[in-house]
Write a protein that binds this ligand. Structure first.
Ligand code: SF4
Ligand code: SF4
Length: 376
C-alpha cells in the first residue's frame, strides 16, 4: 500500500503533501488510540530513519510505552578498524587512498585517515567510486586504492566500477555489509527484545520485500518498510503496533513510492556478479554470519588486500570508555555513554558513532534535546 492510500485508510483524507501537519496530528492520534499497555520496543536499522526520529522529536510525541530503538544503521560506524588500518598501511606505502569524507575522521586502531593526511599521506575524499576510478585513470603511474563502504545501496555502485574495465593501477578494500543478517542478530540480543522492525528505505529499494518475510513468518516480527518523512515513520509505527495487537505479523511496504516488491533486479544481479557473501566483522559487534561482501576470485587483481599482500594483526575497534558497540546494538542510547558531549563531540569524536552524519551519537548531539524531552 502506498503512503497516500495508507493515509487515506487511516485518516479518511486524500492527501498530496507528506508534510501536512493535520495528517501528522492524525497519525499521532492513531498511535495514541493504539497505545500498548506493555513497553513495546521497535527497532530501525537506518541512520536516516534515526535522523527523522530525532529531528522531528518523534520519541517525545508518541506514547511512552513505545520505544524507538536505533540499530546498526550507519555504514561508517560499523566499518571495523581493520579495513581502515589496511588503508592507512597502504597510504604509508605511497598509494593514493580514496574514500568518502566521513571515513577520514573515523578512529582506527591507532590513528585516523585524517591524521595520516595531515602527516602528508595522499588521502583524497571522493563522492563516488567513479571519482576514484577517474583518479586512477588520470594517474597511471600511481596505485589508487578505494576504501569502499556501505550497505546494499552502495555495493552495486562499487561493483559497477569493477565491471567498467578499470585500469590496472586501481584496486579497492571492500567493507560493504549486508543489513538483513544484522537484523537477525538483533533478534538474539536479550536486552532489546524487539517487537517489530522499521526496515530501511534505501536498502529496500535494492533488496525488495522478500528478505523480510522470514522475520514475520519465522520470528513473528512485524516489518514495515518506511520512507524518511516524519509521517512515513509515524505510519510505520502505527502499522507495526496494529500488527502486534492483531497478532498478524507481516511485511508492509509503506515506502511503495520508491520500493518495488522485487527490489532492483539489475543492482542485485551486479552484486551477485562481483561479490561473494562472507562472514564479516562489524565494529565492536563481532562477526556476523553471511553479512559481508568480498570480491569474487575473478576480481583478485582489484582486491587491494590480495594485490599488495597486506594484513593487519590485532586491530582495535573500541577504545577505552567508548560504548559505540552498545549504541549500535541499541542496548543504550548515546546519553548513557559517559563520554557523550564531554570528551566525545562531533568536533573531536572518540567513537565512530560520533563521526558520520548517520551515526546515532552524532545525530543525538545535533538534535538530542528533542529526544531528551521524554527523559525529562
Ligand atoms: S544507506 Fe540509506 S537506508 Fe541504508 S542506512 Fe544509510 S540512509 Fe539508511
Ligand atoms: S558518545 Fe562517543 S564514545 Fe560514547 S558511544 Fe558515542 S561515539 Fe562512542
Amino acid at each position: 500500500m502506498c503512503i497516500q492510500c495508507c493515509l487515506k485508510s487511516l485518516t479518511g483524507i486524500d492527501v498530496k503533501s507528506l508534510k501536512n501537519k493535520k495528517l501528522i496530528k492524525k497519525a499521532i492520534q492513531s498511535l495514541n488510540d493504539l497505545t500498548p499497555e506493555e513497553l513495546t520496543k521497535i527497532t530501525h536499522v537506518c541512520g536516516t530513519h534515526e535522523m527523522t526520529v530525532s529531528r522531528f522529536g518523534i520519541r517525545s510525541i508518541i506514547p511512552k510505552t513505545i520505544e524507538v530503538i536505533p540499530g546498526p544503521g550507519c555504514p561508517v560506524c560499523v566499518c571495523p578498524s581493520y579495513e581502515i588500518d589496511l588503508a592507512i598501511k597502504l597510504a604509508k606505502e605511497g598509494k593514493i587512498i580514496t574514500t568518502f569524507g566521513d571515513m577520514l575522521k573515523v578512529p582506527a586502531s591507532k590513528e585516523s585517515l585524517a591524521e595520516m593526511k595531515q602527516e602528508g599521506e595522499d588521502i583524497r575524499v571522493v563522492y563516488s567510486p567513479q571519482d576514484a576510478l577517474k583518479i586512477a585513470r588520470n594517474n597511471p603511474q600511481k596505485e589508487i586504492v578505494f576504501l569502499a563502504i556501505g550497505f546494499e545501496t552502495s555495493a552495486p555502485m562499487t561493483a559497477a566500477v569493477l565491471l567498467d574495465n578499470p585500469p590496472e593501477n586501481f584496486s579497492l578494500i571492500s567493507a560493504h555489509r549486508l543489513t538483513v543478517p544484522a537484523m537477525e542478530l538483533l533478534l538474539k540480543e536479550e536486552t532489546r527484545k524487539t517487537k517489530g522492525f522499521i526496515c530501511p528505505g534505501h536498502v529496500s529499494t535494492i533488496i525488495g520485500l522478500n528478505p523480510y518475510y522470514p522475520f514475520s513468518e519465522k520470528y513473528g516480527m512485524p516489518c514495515v518498510i518506511s520512507g524518511f518523512e516524519a509521517i512515513d515513520v509515524l505510519i510505520g509505527l502505527v502499522q507495526i503496533i496494529k500488527m502486534i495487537k492483531q497478532k498478524k505479523p507481516s511485511v508492509i511496504n509503506e515506502y511503495a513510492r520508491a520500493v518495488k516488491p522485487e527490489g532492483n533486479l539489475k543492482a542485485l544481479k551486479i552484486i551477485e556478479e562481483v561479490y561473494t557473501v562472507v562472514d564479516a566483522n562489524w565494529r565492536g559487534i563481532g562477526t556476523i554470519s553471511k553479512s559481508g561482501l568480498s570480491l569474487k576470485k575473478e576480481f583478485n587483481a582489484f582486491d587491494a588486500e590480495k594485490k599488495f599482500d597486506v594484513h593487519i594483526d590485532n586491530s582495535v575497534d573500541i577504545h577505552p570508555g567508548c560504548r559505540c558497540h552498545e549504541v549500535m546494538l541499541g542496548n543504550i542510547l548515546p546519553p548513557e555513554c559517559k563520554l557523550f558531549l564531554k570528551n566525545c563531540t562531533p568536533e573531536q569524536p572518540i567513537g565512530p558513532c560520533m563521526v558520520s552524519h548517520e551515526g546515532t551519537c552524532s545525530i543525538f548531539a545535533r538534535y538530542g534535546s528533542k529526544n531528551f524531552l521524554r527523559f525529562e
